[in-house]
Ligand binder design. Structure first.
Ligand SMILES: Nc1nc2c(ncn2[C@@H]2O[C@H](COP(=O)(O)OP(=O)(O)O)[C@@H](O)[C@H]2O)c(=O)[nH]1
Ligand SMILES: [Mg+2]
Ligand SMILES: [Zn+2]
Length: 302
């Protein structure tokens, strides 16, 4: 407890939060329970915060949330945004054989990573159930994304994944049931994140992880496991936010007749021409159109 004396403010990092309470990690790596000083403070997992120790057994008092480098927000009710993680540099989108991949969610997460200034990669989990990469995922590779095959259950691909995460704060995101918690547990070599079971009938993931939590791997990498909420739909605020998730479109988009081309029905759209010429994979374009439709339904921004 070297630098952290009672009443002198220190800087820590939030590793878990439940309303006004949570856990933070001090600069020297110690875990501490905290309580926010006021309702005004809305720390999320990954936040850097200022706190004060209060002696005895009472939780540290969190009295400031420092500015964030990046945030991951999801659309709550009435398009209100709800920040769920902060200060990450890499987003690992977990996709698996089952439940059937939701590529619209994967695309949104990739867009959200770009918007946050973070890198994105895909983890193709559960290869013990079949190694063959679906055609849609091969398209992501063609588009320049890394796709790392893994099996959290069999332990394959884990060393490679751990190496890739080194030096990063990584958010694991993706469908419920895709194996995020199992991956994080395997990387940590202990059981901390609550891993659930697929309900036998619908093969739909259950909501198993209650709240976001940050863990440190043996190699120093930090990882965040997000709640297994099926509707974790990141917020996209502009057409540019969407396009950022489709970097392979940009050389063609630059040649469209209209600078504000949405690459749908506009004349002389070079993106659509590239899709027709099979230079842009059809599935990637279909994913883009789905996000565009969703975005245009958003009342204030359409
Ligand atoms: N066969 C197989 N099952 C896995 C693998 N990884 C996770 N699972 C299972 O998938 C289910 C959901 O895993 P969980 O980690 O809770 O998913 P999360 O909702 O994304 O956190 C559990 O029954 C896991 O045992 C894997 O690599 N192979
Ligand atoms: Mg989970
Ligand atoms: Zn266009």
């Amino acid at each position: 407890m070297s630098a952290e004396h009672k009443n002198s403010p220190s800087i820590g990092r939030v590793t878990a939060c439940f309303g006004r309470r949570g856990q933070l990690e001090t600069a020297s790596g110690e875990p501490l329970a905290y309580l926010t000083a006021s309702r005004r403070h809305k720390p999320v997992c990954g936040d850097r915060v200022r706190f004060e120790l209060r002696g005895d057994d009472s939780p540290a008092l969190l009295n400031d949330v420092l500015p964030r480098d990046s945030e991951l927000a999801r659309a709550g009710a009435n398009w209100r945004t709800e920040v769920i993680a902060a200060n990450f540099s890499l987003l690992a989108v977990v996709v698996a054989t089952e439940p059937l991949p939701d590529y619209e969610l994967a695309d949104r997460l990739i867009c959200a990573a770009a918007r946050a200034g973070a890198e994105a990669l895909l983890v193709w989990n559960k290869i013990d159930l079949g190694r063959k990469l679906p055609a849609r995922l091969r398209e992501y590779e063609r588009a320049g994304f890394e796709v790392l095959p893994a099996s959290a259950l069999a332990g394959s691909g884990m060393r490679h994944l751990a190496r890739r995460l080194k030096e990063h704060v990584t958010v694991f995101a993706g469908q419920s049931g895709s194996g995020k918690s199992t991956l994080v547990n395997h990387l940590l070599r202990r059981k901390v994140a609550a891993a659930g079971h697929l309900s036998a009938g619908a093969k739909q993931g259950r909501h198993t992880t209650a709240s976001a939590a940050m863990h440190t791997l043996p190699n120093g990498a930090r990882v965040m496991d997000l709640p297994g909420v099926r509707s974790l739909m990141p917020v996209l605020d502009s057409h540019a936010d969407i396009l950022a998730g489709y970097p392979e479109f940009s050389p063609y988009a630059a040649e469209c007749r209209f600078a504000n081309c949405r690459h749908r029905n506009e004349p002389d759209c070079m993106v659509r021409a590239a899709v027709e010429a099979e230079k842009i994979p059809a599935g990637r374009y279909a994913g883009y159109l789905a996000l565009l439709r969703e975005f245009e339904r958003k009342p204030s921004l359409a």
